[in-house]
Design a protein around this ligand. Sequence first.
Ligand code: FAD
Length: 388
Amino acid sequence: MSNLEAFRAETRAWLEENCPKAMRTPMQGEADFCWGGRKYTFQSEDQKVWLERMAARGWTVPTWPKEYGGGGLTKDEAKILATEMKRLNARVPLVSFGIWMLGPALLKFGTEEQKKEHLPKIARGEIRWCQGYSEPNAGSDLAALATKAVDHGDHYIINGQKIWTSYADKADWIFCLIRTDTTVKHDGISFVLFDMETPGVSTKPIKLISGNSPFCETFFDDVKVLKKNLMGEENKGWTIAKYLLTHERSNIGDMGVPTPLNMLAKDKLGTKDGELSVTMLRHQIAEHEIDAASFMFTLERAKDAAKSGGDQGAFSSLLKGYGTELNKDRHELIVKVNGSDSFEWEGQFSNNGEIARTWLRTKGNSIEGGTTEVQLNIISKRILGLPS
Ligand SMILES: Cc1cc2nc3c(=O)[nH]c(=O)nc-3n(C[C@H](O)[C@H](O)[C@H](O)COP(=O)(O)OP(=O)(O)OC[C@H]3O[C@@H](n4cnc5c(N)ncnc54)[C@H](O)[C@@H]3O)c2cc1C
């Protein structure tokens, strides 16, 4: 038996024994995701146990080094773990901006002290992070950010405002872009980490069309941040910011492998001679499924390239741009399949308006992490080599 086959057998047996039955059911919505953090309330004892068991093996972040709370798995082993979890319908034990975004950046740019302090807490789900990038006048043109840090020797005093800070009111720490030099644009930005309980930090939730309030305005009034919390060099934060964005974009673009639409449609609308009875929808769904399958192959190709050490770079813009538009298309079709049932907003039948709320939420996918137009600009310049 090869090493990988032995790893698969051990992993399968461990998952069978350790994944609680309730954690082998599809997540019904946002509430089922485990975000961790100081303020997080577990939805059930099973959810807590599942996180603890997976974290103890480092399998919340399978490829991170063991010394930082990871599983130390190779990319091939991690792929096997993912396949075996899928086989069991095991839920992802922990989701977080720490895992998707900050962790990879810390591994590349953090000091040893920063890695040792922050990575294990991310891996165990003890600290939840939020992202302080956008400002009222700095979204697509992120480098226009104005949140200002004044140098006081061993610390900065920070003043300014962020906006659209997802889950800022639920997060424990923030990774944040600040201006440490006002005379230059990109070269005057630094990347800092600080506790959201630092005096002078406040948040104000923003309510969305979906009825949820997943993000906030975040204010900094004379916030003191020690320089040991500066990541990378002063005024060199833009490089880290961009690197982190490639991870954010790849993650947003990769929507996983959802239930095929034709199955959802057949369940809802019925079939005639084995085919979906509504002809027009049948064509639209077929087209979507072909696009989705092609995209899945592209994602696999990107993952293989990353496995052999390739940098995602601008390719993450392609994944993000296409993946999020595809996801919007998928939810438009789900709404069509479910007809007027889609618009029930509250009540048990619709799981509290899950279809409508998710459909509305997908509109934000093509904005967060950089809009589709911005991704198209990057693709045209950096992949296709077109002039600006
Ligand atoms: C669900 C959600 C979650 C978010 N979470 C966070 C978060 O946690 N932290 C954070 O910092 N930010 C977050 N954001 C903010 C997000 O990063 C910004 O909304 C995004 O970068 C766009 O910036 P903007 O909203 O200022 O739009 P603008 O930059 O003002 O853009 C307005 C319109 O102009 C277009 N446009 C702008 N520039 C160009 C150009 N050069 N070429 C072509 N078209 C252009 C855009 O595509 C868009 O359609 C989130 C946003 C959403 C929707």
